[in-house]
Ligand binder design. Sequence first.
Ligand code: TXA
Ligand code: MG
Length: 316
Amino acid sequence: MSARIGQDIKYCIELLNKADLVAIPTETVYGLAGNGLDKKAVAKIFETKNRPFFDPLILHTDSLSKIQSFVKDIPEAAKILAQKIWPGPLTLVLEKKDSIPDIVTSGLPTVGVRIPAHNTTLELLSKLEYPLAAPSANPFKYISPTSAQHVYDQLGDKLSYILDGGPCKIGVESTILGFENGRPIVYRLGGLEIEKIEELIGKVHLLTENEHNPSAPGMLKLHYAPTKKLIIDSLANLDKYVEMRVGLITFTEFIHNVKACKVLSTRKDLKEAANSLFAAMRDLDKEDIDLIVAERFPEEGLGRAINDRLYRASVK
Ligand code: TXA
Ligand code: MG
């Protein structure tokens, strides 16, 4: 099989209706989508990505009323976020109804749902009677794709169609928020800033690495990793690596005496930096270098999501 890349929504619907998969664009990253109510389609998603069944999927749809039909109760804070942020880079983890197959949620009583902000995909979703289960469209543990070509490069031989929606506007995965005993908890830092969430619903709790129960589904530390070794270090320490061919990722500064240097935002804009991060990792992974070194980003706004992804990419 070799995937076609195009904008044929009708063809996507045909494929999805017969439990096939299509890659879809969103504002965060491209997703590998299948009918979220069909166990066979969902099983295909896990197989195609080579993803373990204990890592739950996110359901995508185009309206809050559709979401209400497959979750039990929406806490007040979740309603506020849904109204203010959706369509947008936020996934809410809510109590699921029985209509959602257990394979989607890895047996958890909760399900992640979101309305993505991408017109092509919203049009597709509006024409479907079921939600689309869609993890990022990358092989398990590799970097998420932010363009149709990225999807093609890695899953092109396992898919028949990639719906092209251009480059992703945000470029890192959605922020994931759920509730435990009524308390809002952020499970994954992502494209929606924590500051923005806290403006709307007050203080939220960030689940730190040590609090993660390693046996809990979806809480894998290693993720988003390039094939090459990646180290986080300060630019002042570059001398340490003189013996090696280094590919460098910096926020604003171009450094000459390394093999390759990716500057994520010369104008010091964390959104722009987040948007360039995964493509920079992919490009450096293809260079003739021994090591990727990345500097730490400011721990604010999308800088937190960037640091989180760099940290995960550095864990081996
Ligand atoms: O931006 C995104 O969220 C992209 C686009 C395609 O929408 N999707 C995405 O999906 O990043 P994925 O499968 O790569 O990441 C989904 C993560 C899981 O690894 C897990 O950590 C979390 O969502 N998750 C899903 N359901 C959950 C649940 N019921 N409880 C806790 N975490 C959950
Ligand atoms: Mg993923």
